[in-house]
Design a protein around this ligand. Structure first.
Ligand code: HEM
Length: 299
């Protein structure tokens, strides 16, 4: 994180420059100008992917995640399959390239680590391909949703936004409350490895269990007045899951969100009356939520 912090700060400033320029012409879509760009460039720079590939990769990520939906339709699964094939081609070629010309990037480092453990090069390449694909797919969609949801909720709560401007040291708390209030992933799925009783429900070995994370974050037994967005609460949440599968990218997502929010707060004096100018447009999804458009304007 320390290595890429500076690059993220620079990227946030240039995206906010672009956003403020767009606002001079009228209302602007925060989602496409900022939220969709920052996570893609962060993961892209970290994995050292060519920036020219970002738009294509972002589209493939949007298509692929249908497979994680709660009840995907046949046509959504077909779209996901097409995207998965293209991503497989892209990331297997990438692993091949890094094998041929290793560098100081994480994929080359994973190959070196795997080679130390595994004499079978093909098995190592397959493992590293799967890891690179997982890391890539987990990053841009979820984080883009967090960034848009954060700006939407804070603009809809101007008193809390004004308080935060005066107390920027509480930016991390605000990000945690956004994650609790409307988690980018509302569903985490598991397959039971054995018969189990859980909260009075019998779960049969082999059956799929969907854990409704968004609902858990609003459990009145754990959160006072859970339907109220309140950046002052210090609430634990399950938005990054828990246990051995706890999100590997949580520090990166938090770094992007806190850097962006701090940058936006600093610019607020130059953006008088910044407000949401139309209801956000959500993709009709539960698993990986996505704000497709977030129009904002100044007065
Ligand atoms: C706000 C943004 C993000 C959210 C809400 C989020 C959410 C999650 C959740 C809920 C899981 C657990 C899934 C499960 O238990 O089955 C997870 C796992 C994971 N996430 Fe994230 N994630 C975010 C950003 C990222 C980023 C930026 C990266 C990559 C740099 C990333 C990489 C991963 C990986 C590799 C796993 C799998 C960990 C494992 O199974 O051991 N995530 N994430």
């Amino acid at each position: 994180m320390a290595d890429i912090k500076g690059a993220i700060e620079g990227r946030v400033e240039s995206l906010l420059d672009r956003f403020t320029s767009a606002l001079r012409l009228g209302d602007a879509d925060f989602s496409s100008v900022v939220s969709e760009e920052l996570p893609m460039s962060s993961i892209g720079e970290w994995l050292q992917l060519p920036p020219a590939d970002y738009p294509m990769l972002r589209e493939l990520a949007h298509e692929q995640v249908f497979t994680q939906e709660l009840l995907p339709s046949a046509s959504q699964l077909a779209r996901s399959d097409v995207a998965t094939d293209q991503l497989r081609n892209y990331f297997t070629a990438l692993v091949r390239d890094r094998r041929r010309a290793p560098g100081d990037d994480p994929i080359s480092a994973w190959l070196r680590t795997w080679d130390d453990l595994e004499s079978d090069r093909e098995a190592a390449d397959e493992a590293v391909y799967l890891l690179a694909l997982l890391v890539f797919l987990a990053a841009p969609e979820t984080t883009a949703t967090l960034l848009s949801t954060m700006v939407w909720l804070l603009l809809e709560h101007p008193r809390q936004l004004a308080w935060l401007r005066a107390h920027p040291e509480h930016v991390p708390d605000a990000v945690e409350e956004v994650l609790r209030f409307d988690s980018p992933n509302h569903v985490i799925s598991r397959v039971a490895t054995e018969d189990a009783m859980f909260a009075g429900v019998h779960i049969e070995k082999g059956s799929m269990v969907h854990l409704m994370v968004g609902a858990a974050n609003h459990d009145p037994a754990h959160h006072i007045d859970p339907g109220t967005f309140d950046i002052h609460r210090k609430a634990a949440h399950l938005s990054f899951s828990g246990g051995i599968h706890y999100c590997l990218g949580a520090p990166l997502a938090r770094l992007e969100a806190t850097t962006l929010l701090s940058g936006l707060l600093r610019r607020l004096p130059g953006l008088p009356g910044l407000r949401v100018s139309a209801a956000p447009v959500w993709a009709p999804r539960v698993g990986f939520r996505r704000i497709m458009e977030l129009r904002v304007a100044t007065s």
